[in-house]
Design a protein around this ligand. Structure first.
Ligand code: OSB
Ligand code: MG
Length: 369
């Protein structure tokens, strides 16, 4: 492939419901959409950087700057035999994985469309459906949370994750267990605790959670290793795993027993496949994380989730939990058995509604060779 045009769009979409984590509440999503073109063929990538630097250091503004000023000149007009070459071509740029991933993932979509096969097939995926889990944010009251959990279980989701933070943790989990019994349940702290909270977090052990996700600092490995020694609940790392090298370190240090894969966090599909292969070789199960993506990013996530070591349900849920309407038509749906069918068409396999994309666009630029 030889990319002759890159289009960047900044989009703003209201969320169906607010989403609250330990670092704050959001009611809308602002994100970059990348379109690559090669002789009329197109590929799409969604950048998961947020308006603010609270989940990670990147923002929509840094991603725009890095994509336009540094990534575009490294990819435009250059011949790539395969999209897996792109991450290496971007090596001179340190960090900025979310900006890199948006472009790199668009290139995988473009490549798959040029080959007239699904993205899943070019990534090495092996299933036609994936298991879907649900991530439920912090609510205004425990009663409201219990209601949400009931709604999502009725919809068929195969596991429930709730967000926790100091003051919204052990007692909340206890209420869920009381009401719903032994459902597949996990918690995500988004780095809200310190190693000094180890005894408090150990109070979660009696609830036999599937895992506790990212309890400690966003860039920490060592304290997670210490904490894991004091917990029977498996630790799953999210924020800390920003590269395959760091994942190897975390596994060697026994800082986690499970890893959450988000291609935006590691720099795209090629790094995600390498992370998948590394974890598989060490017997560490993975699942696909979510970043409140529109149907475009969501479709990418579904295809990546078809690789064999994605053995746990991911945070890849139905479109209508997030955006109504979504940018794609038809929307992504979860079936009553808690699975999502992998879109079968070429590339990401979903139909983008360009009028809705245009209506949500607040800025746009085009870069050419
Ligand atoms: O930590 O997994 C996270 C959303 C935004 C930022 C970080 C996270 C999340 C989620 C939501 O948990 C997952 C989703 O439903 O897309
Ligand atoms: Mg997380």
């Amino acid at each position: 492939m030889r990319i002759d045009r890159i289009e960047l769009r900044l989009l703003r979409l209201p969320l169906v419901r607010f989403f609250e984590t330990s670092f704050g509440r959001v009611s809308e999503r602002v994100f970059l959409l990348v379109t690559l073109e090669d002789d009329g063929a197109v590929g799409l990538g969604e950048c998961v950087a947020d308006a603010n630097p609270y989940y990670s250091a990147e923002t929509t503004a840094t991603a725009w700057h890095i994509a336009a000023e540094f990534i575009a000149p490294l990819v435009l007009n250059r011949r790539f035999a395969h999209p897996r070459e792109i991450f290496d071509a971007l090596r001179p740029i340190r960090g900025h994985n979310m900006a890199k991933a948006a472009v790199e993932m668009a290139a995988w979509d473009l490549h798959a469309r040029q080959q007239e096969v699904s993205l899943s097939a070019v990534l090495g995926g092996q299933r036609t459906a994936i298991e879907s889990g649900v991530s439920i944010g912090i609510q205004d009251s425990v009663d409201e949370l219990l209601e949400r959990v009931g709604i999502e279980l009725a919809a068929g989701y195969r596991r429930v994750k709730i967000k926790i933070k100091p003051g919204w943790d052990v007692a909340v989990v206890e209420r869920i267990r009381e009401r719903f019994g032994a459902i597949p349940l996990m918690v995500d702290a988004n780095a809200a605790y310190t190693i000094g909270d180890a005894a408090h977090l150990a109070a979660l052990d009696r609830f036999e959670l599937m895992m506790i996700e990212q309890p400690l600092d966003y860039d920490d490995i060592r304290d997670h290793a210490r904490l894991q020694q004091q917990l029977t609940t498996p630790i799953c790392l999210d924020e800390s795993i920003h590269s395959v090298r760091v994942a190897a370190e975390a596994i060697a240090e026994r800082a986690c027993r499970i890893i959450n894969v988000k291609p935006g966090r590691v720099g795209g599909h090629a790094e995600s496949v390498r992370l998948h292969d590394l974890t598989a070789a060490h017997g560490i199960p993975v699942w696909h994380g979510g970043m409140l993506e529109s149907g475009i990013g969501r479709a990418h996530n579904i295809h990546l989730s078809t690789l064999p070591n994605f053995t746990l349900p991911g945070d890849v849920a139905a479109s209508r939990r997030y955006y109504e309407p979504d940018l794609i038509e038809p929307a992504i749906v979860v079936r009553p058995d808690g699975t999502i069918a992998v879109p079968a068409g070429p590339g990401i396999g979903v139909h983008v509604d360009h009028d809705r994309v245009a209506a949500a666009t607040t800025e746009r630029t085009e870069l050419r060779a």
